[in-house]
Design a protein around this ligand. Sequence first.
Ligand code: SAM
Length: 202
Amino acid sequence: MSIIGKVIRIIGIYDKLRNHFVDSLLVPFATKGQIGIREARFLGEITRKLNTNRPIIEIGTLFGRSTRVIAENMRKKQELLTVDIFCWNPCGLTNEHHKRIAKISLADTIEKLNVKIVVVDKKKFYEEYKGPSPEMVFLDADHSYEATKEDIDWALSVGADVICGHDYVENMPGVVKAVDESGGIEKLVDTLWVLEKSSKLK
Ligand SMILES: C[S@@+](CC[C@H](N)C(=O)[O-])C[C@H]1O[C@@H](n2cnc3c(N)ncnc32)[C@H](O)[C@@H]1O
């Protein structure tokens, strides 16, 4: 190790920088904004109950936590389109860095499990989607009332069998209001909700 390196370690700058890096980037990367462990199990369960090869659409990839859960539990021939414009992340990463990390962390699912990242604003995706009616739509992007209502209305308009999403919780009143107005909840695990019309799960 160079003399400068030794000095940096001895006077504690190295530890401070390392702690700063872990607290500001790795902790949010590993924990914030993503589905939790019980929610992941539930999402896996919902996905395994699907029984056609029609596509699954996820709105809100972030770093791919929920994407991976869906991909690992869907049918072999099923396709998962995960839509994100990479406008928000909990680490303060630039749009380009965010997108790059998501692509790297999902590389194996893209290569082996039929996952496609669609980099576009969800509104534009809704306007331009011409594919088959999705078997499931998982909503986890903008949690305002208007945006969630628009997401659910689109999923209903394309005839999705199962409509579900994240963050049905008191501090996300927009999600609660939009879901309740659209028929309410069929099942809730922690904050992961399934819309009542999702009769397939019964
Ligand atoms: C809460 S995170 C998704 C978390 C992810 N589902 C998980 O559990 O790991 C929300 C994501 O939605 C994306 N997003 C927000 N508004 C969007 C929009 N209008 N169009 C596309 N993506 C959007 C953000 O860039 C962010 O990556």
